[in-house]
Ligand binder design. Structure first.
Ligand code: GLN
Length: 319
């Protein structure tokens, strides 16, 4: 086993879980009613190792929308289908140093990276062109959902239509980003902006539980092979790129500090999820809706910091 004393390890995880449960800081996202209604008390931690050992504690079966945790996944699919060189003609690899939805492009007039809204919208546009410009939105949605489900070991994921409709309704900033990028010719030629935005909102509105997202994390930790189904879902070179950018850009404008303190590729989402990948060891999903000022889950971030105090998972431990 990759974690030999798994029972002991789980005890430590549970201890950290309870410690973080007392953390009542942060505010639940309120820009759409469906997220605003989420209880601030939800708190779940799930673990899936690359050899399939699993542990979870708390609210680990309740589905929530994956929001920005979809960004590394759509990026991974685009890399797998198009290759890194093509994808990075359209999107950079640099932390933006700004908010996730900031109206800003880099000095090449490209989005800074695929982990923020601008970059993820472009990745959604790319997926459309690869999969075939003639492909309908419905087919593209099925195709992407199927990929996500294979990453999760063939679990059925959900789609929250109310969240999708609300996202589309309250999306002035995302549309502004879309128009701004179209002005600067950021999109592939065949792209229809409205369809592309819808596809982006749909990816944000996919639902998974903490347990399911931890399996997706373990597939990334395992170089693209799902430990449960043993299916090779993504190429290792795609996963390498995904993890590199999760490491440097995955936590919005906290990414630098997080990479320094925790040193593990992680992506957060506005629903309060953190998708944590410990390469060659395990995937972890942390879910608690209250967010700090930068948009990351308060309990989630605390959990990561406590985890690194206790275990040497930081990229530069073991020197
Ligand atoms: N739906 C959100 C948006 O596009 C997703 C962003 C997030 O999770 N931070 O604004």
């Amino acid at each position: 086993f990759i974690i030999p004393e798994f029972q002991d390890f789980c005890k430590d995880i549970e201890e950290i879980y309870w410690k973080c449960k007392d953390n009542t800081k942060g505010k639940v996202a309120s820009y759409i009613p469906q997220l605003k209604r989420m209880s601030a008390n939800y708190w779940g931690v799930s673990i899936c190792t690359i050899d399939g050992q699993r542990f979870s504690v708390g609210d680990v079966s309740i589905p929530f929308t994956i929001q920005s945790c979809s960004k590394p996944l759509t990026y991974g699919i685009a890399l797998d289908l198009l290759g890194s060189e093509v994808v990075h003609k359209y999107v950079g690899q640099e932390p933006s140093g700004r908010n996730f939805n900031e109206l800003i492009l880099d000095h090449n007039k490209k989005p800074h990276n695929p982990m923020i809204n601008a970059g993820a919208i472009i990745v959604c546009a790319l997926l459309k062109t690869v999969v075939g410009p003639e492909m309908s939105l419905a087919e593209k949605f099925d195709f992407t959902m199927n990929y996500f489900e294979r990453l999760a070991g063939n679990e059925d994921l959900g789609f929250n239509n109310a969240v999708f409709l609300s996202e589309r309704e309250c999306a002035d900033r995302n549309y502004a980003l879309g128009f701004y990028m179209r002005e600067h010719k950021c999109f592939p030629a065949t792209c229809k902006l409205k369809e592309c935005m819808d596809f982006y909102f749909q990816c944000c509105s996919l639902e998974a539980s903490c347990d399911q997202l931890s399996v997706i994390g373990s597939t990334l930790a395992n170089g693209g092979i799902c430990p449960l189904s043993e299916e090779k879902v993504l190429k290792p070179e795609s996963v390498r790129d995904v993890l590199s950018l999760m490491h440097s850009c995955g936590m919005y404008d906290y990414s630098g500090q997080f990479a320094f303190k925790v040193g593990v590729p992680t992506k957060s989402g506005v629903s309060g999820a953190l998708l944590v990948v410990i390469p060659n060891v395990m995937g972890i999903c942390l879910w608690s809706p209250p967010l700090d000022a930068l948009g990351n889950s308060c309990r989630g971030v605390q959990f990561c910091e406590e985890l690194i105090k206790k275990f040497n998972f930081h990229r530069y431990d073991n020197l």
